[in-house]
Design a protein around this ligand. Structure first.
Ligand SMILES: NC(=O)c1ccc[n+]([C@@H]2O[C@H](COP(=O)([O-])OP(=O)(O)OC[C@H]3O[C@@H](n4cnc5c(N)ncnc54)[C@H](O)[C@@H]3O)[C@@H](O)[C@H]2O)c1
Length: 254
């Protein structure tokens, strides 16, 4: 019988983001600090863009101090084309953009109204904040990724895009597949990271009922998603594109 050669797999190397710039749009909220810390811990340079300028700035300072990597925190409305253009000019001084994580979650006044009384203005503001901003970030980053022949885009979605009727999220997923099929041959990968609910601020009854219908028996904590994010951003995920990676404790598996 022929001998079977043992393949060389270097786990540290394939998850390493050494020196790579990753922009996290909407990165100063609940999940952003965990995602940015995962990038920094993998050796990458996180850039946090958020309406909350002081929050983004203090987070980036803390990340640099803790992980010894360059980091940047920029306060801006990511849906504002001119502001975004100058923000990316600043980012490029740090280095070429390797990764883009679209995770802006716009909640304009009236966001939580029921559908029957939903105002068109609130709807449009939510779409502009969450989706148009993603388009603008893509426009800023795709050309350089294609020119270089590498890049990773992560569009963060929600389980309510796959088990609920939230058409905005379906559009998000279609956008991911469109980028994946159009730019794959130029070395750019695009994936959707679909997340389950994170515990924080809900009533005890809600947490109990949500946990009860989740196979893993609990809501997520923000750190639950960092491994999946690194998989999508790093060499470890080099053959992953156009995928919807559902990380939800089994919520959508029933
Ligand atoms: N938290 C959850 O339970 C959960 C569950 C599933 C999916 N997600 C998804 O994860 C992503 C992040 O969610 P989160 O819980 O961290 O949200 P969050 O509301 O805590 O943070 C979102 C951030 O986006 C920023 N933002 C909003 N509009 C902006 C704009 N125009 N320009 C710049 N920044 C803007 C806010 O200031 C905020 O810091 C979102 O895509 C969300 O849909 C969250």
């Amino acid at each position: 019988m022929a001998e079977i050669a043992v393949p060389e797999v270097n786990i540290q190397d394939i998850f390493n983001l050494g020196g790579k710039v990753v922009v996290l749009a909407g990165g100063a909220g609940l999940l952003g600090p965990y995602f940015a810390a995962a990038v920094a811990a993998a050796g990458g340079s996180p850039v946090v863009m958020d309406l909350d300028g002081p929050g983004a700035a203090s987070l980036s300072t803390g990340l640099s101090r803790r992980y010894g990597v360059p980091a940047l925190g920029l306060g801006l409305d990511v849906g504002d084309e001119a502001a975004l253009r100058s923000a990316f000019a600043e980012v490029r001084r740090l280095g070429p953009v390797h990764g883009l994580v679209n995770m802006v979650y716009a909640k304009p006044p009236g966001y939580y109204q029921s559908l029957e009384s939903y105002s068109a203005g609130t709807w449009e503001a939510a779409l502009h904040g969450s989706l148009t901003s993603a388009l603008l970030c893509l426009r800023e980053t795709l050309p350089e990724m294609c020119a270089r022949g590498s890049g990773s885009i992560v569009n963060v979605g929600s389980i309510y895009g796959i088990v609920g009727p939230d058409q905005r999220i379906y559009e998000g997923l279609a956008l991911t597949r469109w980028i994946a099929t159009t730019y794959g041959h130029r070395g750019v990968r695009a994936n959707c990271l679909t997340l389950g609910g994170v515990q924080g601020g809900q009533s005890d009854r809600f947490v109990e009922r949500y946990s009860g219908r989740t196979p893993l028996g609990r809501m997520a904590c923000p750190g639950d998603y960092t491994g999946a994010l690194l998989l999508l951003l790093s060499e470890a995920g080099r053959y992953l594109t156009g995928a919807n990676l559902v990380v939800d404790g089994g919520w959508s598996a029933w």
